[in-house]
Design a binder for this molecule. Sequence first.
Ligand SMILES: *Cc1c(COP(=O)(O)O)cnc(C)c1O
Length: 380
Amino acid sequence: MKSDFIPYGRQYIDNKDIDEIVKILKSGWLVQGPKIEEFEKAVAKYCNAKYAVAVSSGTAALHAAYFAAKIGFGDEVIISSLNFAAASNIIAILGGRPVFVDIQKDTLNMEFKNLEKKITKKTKAIVPVDFAGHPCDLDEIMRIAKKYNLLVIEDAAHSLGSEYRGCRIGSIADMTIFSFHPVKLITTGEGGMILTNNKKFYEKLKKFRHHSIVKKPKKGGWYYEIEEPGLNMRITDFQCALGLSQFNKMKEFIKRRKDIVAEYNDTFKNINGIIIPSEREYIKSSYHLYIIQLDFNIIKTSRKKIFEELQKRNIGVQVHYIPLHLQPFYRKKFGYRKGDFPVVENYYKRAITLPLFPKMTGTQTRRVIKTVKEVISGYM
Ligand SMILES: *Cc1c(COP(=O)(O)O)cnc(C)c1O
């Protein structure tokens, strides 16, 4: 990486984090040790959830949640077309059908208004994502799910620490999943977690993480039984030591993200042609991502051109995400087409993610602002 390149997202690891990892490496407990439960308890308590299960990635967390929800062959799962690939890919791998829906223009989250029309006898669950950190309309989605006896699995990979109507994300949906990938709110390297208030789900998830092996010591010290399938989705103890250490700094991480967002908004809200992210009054976002939309009626060029010019000036912009229903696999396998979901398709043409991470300095923030202004003014 060039020294003046500013990536769109990045971990913040300090010496305290490193000391915590080293302690575990020296202790001898590399896997299935005490740090895992300590990390799970800390996150569950913070999110007001009864139970938490830490696993090897956010993707594994989704997979485990789908297993607990008994999603399998022929089942339909309703999901926003604007999401990372994991949540819909696993549905397809399990033999199910992802039923995509469009997004809301302001929050970029799942539009709930036409949700009921998508529900069939085969529908098992709704999987909303809290896009960029902004919680989705949980009350409405939960109400619809309850009415049709469906489960809600919230993909909260972007929204650890975010709040919905005064409630921290993590205890509202039937199951909530987090990711601890380095660009997310806190990191364990790779890692993820499922939160739930349902004891049955909790027990299933915990077993699934470790091959669904159940020890029966009464029948002998070696004896175990397998009553359903499982996988190795274990996370290591040193990862959880890192996770705990990161978790203790999360408040400062989020504060720094919000300060940068405020600085970005202050400038960009006054620039004709730039649409800044919106925040409903009843939510608090942890701001995993900062995404602007460009109005190409005013800025006379293409998104590709702006993207390339910013990259050339070492601003690590990104695009989150290409609508899932437009991906070759989902078109071919499930018959989705261009034009199916106009709001997300329009968003996709205009979106650019700007750098945002807690270690970003004031100088870097101002450089991003200055460069964006320069590049755009060349096309006005
Ligand atoms: C990162 C992410 C995931 C997957 O998490 P991993 O830890 O990378 O497996 C799932 N959903 C969303 C919305 C994500 O951003």
